[in-house]
Structures are given as C-alpha cells and as structure tokens.
Write a protein that binds this ligand. Structure first.
Ligand SMILES: *Cc1c(COP(=O)(O)O)cnc(C)c1O
Length: 498
C-alpha cells in the first residue's frame, strides 16, 4: 500500500514514510492510494481472535511495508500491561439494542491511548526502515487528552523528542495535572494563552515554516506529528470498529452481515473517520452518528453542506471536543470525491481565507447517506449522565454522554432500532467534577478533585484508575506558558538548547 496527499502534492509514499512525516509537505493529509476490502469470512475469523490478533490482521492490510513480526512486536508492546482490561476494548451491553465500546482502559483513561500507545512503536520502526538519521520531534496540539496520551506513549522512546502545547485554562484540572507531572527526559509541556484552535493553528504553522525547519535540520532534528492527522494515529482506530462488531457476533447480539450503527463523540473527526474507513472496507454499517457538543460546526455541516467556522467558540464540559476545525474531515471529502485533490485543496483554501466552504450537492448527499449529525449542550449532557446512571447503573463521562444524548435524539427522529454501539471515549473518573455534579448536584462544589475520585469510586464500586489516583502527590515538572504567537519561539528555545 502506498499513500498520497489529499492536496495532490505527493504520492507513492510508503506507510513508514507517511507515519514519519505526519503531515504532507503540501499541508495535506496522507490517505491510502487504493481501497482495502475484506469479506464476511475475514470478519468471522476475527470473532475468536484476541484484540491483539485482530489488530495484526487489520493493520497488516494497510502497513504492508512492515514485516509481520514488526507489526506483532508493535502490537504486543502497545496493548499489554498498560491496559487495565485484558480485552483492551471491551463491549458492554446497556440494553438489548445498545452497547458501549469502552476505549478508555489504557494508561491515560481516554481513547487516545488506543492509537498513541502504538504510534511510537510504528515510528521507531519507521525511522530504522527509512534510514533516518535525524531525531524526530513530535509536536502536539492538544485539547486535553491527546497531549497526555502522546507524552505517555513517547516518554523516553529512543530517537524521539516530544513537545506538547495545550490551551491555558482550556483543559480539565485532571488533564492538566496528568500533563504537567509527566516524566521523561525527552518531554516538554507548554500552556498557550489561547483556545484549542489557536493552539492547533500554531502547530500547523510551525510544521510549514521552512526557515524554522532548516534551522532544525542543521541541528539534526525533524518535526513529525502525533495528532490525528498522522495516518499512524488513524489506522489503529479502524481495528476497534471491527473488534466491536466481532464481539457483538460472539455475544449473539447480531448475526454476521447484519448492519449496526456507531455513535461517535466527535472533535477532530479522527475517530469517526476510522469508522468510515472500516465501513468502506466492508464492515456492515447502517449509520455513523456524529455527536458534537455546543461547538456544533459538524452538525450544521452534515445538515447544510456548509462548513462555517466563523462562530463563537464555547468551552464545554466535554473539552476534548471543543474544536471548530475538524482536520480529518479533509480525508473524508477526498475519499467521497474519487480522491479529487483539486476540489479538496480549493475547499481548504476557502476555509483558511474566508472561514467557510460549501460542498456541492452530490458530496452533501453522499455524506448524508452515511452520517447523521446532532449535538448536545452541557445541560443535556449532564441530564444524560444522571438518567443513564439511574436507569442502568452505567456511569458515563461527559464525552460519552454527548454521544448518548445525540443517540436519543437520533432515535426520536428516525425511529431506527438497528443495534447500536456508542463509542465511549473516556473514563468517568477523568472528568470527575462534571460527572459528580451530574449525580450529586452542587453538594460537591467544594470538594477537591481527589475527594471526587473517592466519592465516585464509592458510589459505583469501580476502582479509581491507576493513572489518576496519586496525581496530587506527583511533582509538577512543566511550568512554561507562552502567547499564541510565541509558539515557534518557545519550540526553538527548547530544541536549539538541547
Ligand atoms: C479526542 C477525544 C474525542 C474526539 O475525537 P476525535 O477523533 O478528535 O473526533 C472525543 N472524546 C474524547 C474523550 C477525546 O479525548
């Protein structure tokens, strides 16, 4: 399999090269050059496999420049002891029609671990395979969860350096503590005075700054990305959609070949795009339900075909979805238009220049055939956490609750009772304050983050995840703050002084 850029500037790139580069030099995203398809026999074979084996079968279809043993090595290093559940991505029934795919049993308690535990291993092998001599510098813009998951994945990984930017005041207290206490000689964490889009734009600018790149190369360093624009982040996410489907067959919830829905709490459009690739490969999918919070730019886009980022930015209780520019949508538009890079480049230019673009009617139809978009505001999200807990004893984090609320709206709208999997993207303990507020109201107002963890644990009988438990006892190791225009200087200061 080779990869090409959505903007048309590069093609014939191996997976190892695409993973090493992260983003294409023309500003586009790497996508597979040919379509991968699987049949029902392939899916049936997954049913009795472990998660690791399922990953091997699916990843080898896309990363065919990696030897079988290389992939197996990456997979076993990624999905091992650091996960608190040996199923890695278990499916839990809520009722007869509805299941949760829990993607938060990794070390940082959010779904980003599913990709970021394996990406560093892909990358180390890519560096060797491509004869790269430079040290790879991973730059990350995070709305909260990616940063910690990337730090955890890359800390002390040989041949790599990682710098994480997060919006100052734009992440939860637990997320902040997770990042600023990160150990590892190759890690840096910087707070940016701006929101997530400022932070992500800042990182994108650094990536395309030629002068800066040259300076770095003279120092023997090269940038790459661990954001979900990196194909190496996206491809491991395809695995769990197949895995969930195989688990539903195994449990007798569905027959092989029967279509199901997935509801995905969405921000940068990476997770739900992986679901689309799974469907495009042949996974029987009826609908992909794209759940947004108050930053509902995608809801409007799916309904109108107009992507308009000129709108207020809201800080919500599901901060990992507080995004107005969903980068991975570019890949979907490219795929839905017969890999037409001229069209996609034009829309992306309009987005940068005018803050909006409108897709043509045919593209809109193709999107609406598969995707349904809805959103949930903070009050609705809180109400959803409370009612689901009261009715079924299942405790959701705020992001998962956005998905649940949007699913309820979808069912009212469509009367569709197709078996459905809600993608649960974070542990409720990670967003403890909002979750506790949903259950106990203002009573918890004066409790510390750590008292809240104990309270939730007592209430649910669930253990506090190891990665969150003793955060208040850990030393704060990262204290840097910069302005949004100061991000290039902040990076250079760190890297040139290494
Ligand atoms: C990142 C994140 C999301 C959004 O995923 P995208 O791939 O960016 O759409 C949703 N929920 C949680 C908890 C996240 O960390």
């Amino acid at each position: 399999m080779t990869y090409k850029s959505t903007r048309g500037g590069m093609s014939g790139v191996t997976a190892a090269e695409a993973i090493k580069m992260g983003i294409a030099p023309d500003g586009g995203l790497f996508v597979p050059e040919s379509k991968v398809t699987v049949d029902l026999d392939f899916i049936n074979e997954l049913v009795d496999c472990s998660y690791l084996k399922r990953a091997e079968k699916i990843l080898s279809l896309y990363l065919d420049d990696y030897a079988g043993e290389e992939l197996a090595d990456c997979i076993s290093k990624a999905y091992g002891d650091k996960f608190s559940n040996s199923e890695i991505a278990p499916v839990v029934a809520i009722n007869e029609h509805l299941h949760m795919l829990e993607l938060w049993h990794g070390p940082t308690c959010a779904f980003k671990d599913m990709a970021l535990q394996i990406l560093p291993h892909f990358l180390v092998k890519a560096i060797k395979k491509t004869g790269e001599k430079a040290e790879i510098v991973i730059l990350v813009a995070t709305s909260g969860d990616t940063g910690k998951a990337a730090l955890e994945g890359f800390a002390d990984v040989e041949g790599t350096r990682i710098v994480v930017f997060y919006p100052n005041g734009g992440v939860s207290e637990m997320q902040r503590l997770q990042m600023v206490t990160q150990k590892g000689g190759n890690t840096d964490v910087i707070a940016v005075n701006g929101n997530f889009d400022d932070t992500q734009n800042g990182v994108k600018k650094i990536f395309t700054d030629e002068a800066l790149k040259e300076k770095l190369e003279r120092k023997g360093k090269k940038f790459s990305s661990a954001n979900s624009i990196n194909w190496g982040r996206l491809v491991p996410q395809i695995v769990y959609y197949f895995s969930a489907y195989a688990d539903l067959i195994k449990k007798g919830g569905i027959k092989a070949g029967e279509k199901i829905n997935f509801v995905v709490p969405t921000g940068n459009f990476g997770n739900i795009l992986a679901a689309w690739y799974a469907m495009d490969m042949g996974l029987p999918v009826n609908r992909l339900i794209c759940a947004s919070n108050q930053n509902n730019v995608l809801t409007d886009f799916i309904i109108n075909g107009v992507y308009n980022r000129k709108r207020d930015f809201y800080k919500t209780i599901s901060p990992s979805m507080d995004i107005l520019i969903s980068s991975n949508l570019e890949r979907l538009l490219f795929e839905l238009n017969g890999k037409n890079s001229d069209l996609v480049s034009e829309w992306m230019r309009e987005l940068t220049k005018k803050g909006e673009y409108r897709v043509d009617g045919r593209t809109k139809e193709r999107i609406q055939k598969v995707f349904w978009g809805g959103y949930s505001n903070d009050d609705e999200t809180i109400a959803s956490i409370r009612s689901v807990y009261q009715e079924s004893g299942y405790l959701m984090d705020t992001h998962t609750a956005v998905a649940m609320d949007v699913y309820d709206k979808y069912v009212i709208y469509s009367r569709d009772l197709t078996p459905t999997v809600i993608v649960s993207t974070a542990s409720p303990f990670k967003f403890n304050r909002s979750v506790a507020k949903a259950l106990f109201g203002d009573k918890i107002k004066n409790m510390s983050e750590f008292e809240l963890l104990s309270l939730l644990s007592r209430e649910t009988g669930w253990d506090i995840p190891a990665g969150l438990k003793d955060l208040n006892k850990k030393e704060v190791l990262h204290k840097k703050v910069c302005e949004k225009d100061g991000m290039p200087d902040a990076v250079m200061e760190i890297l040139l002084n290494d």
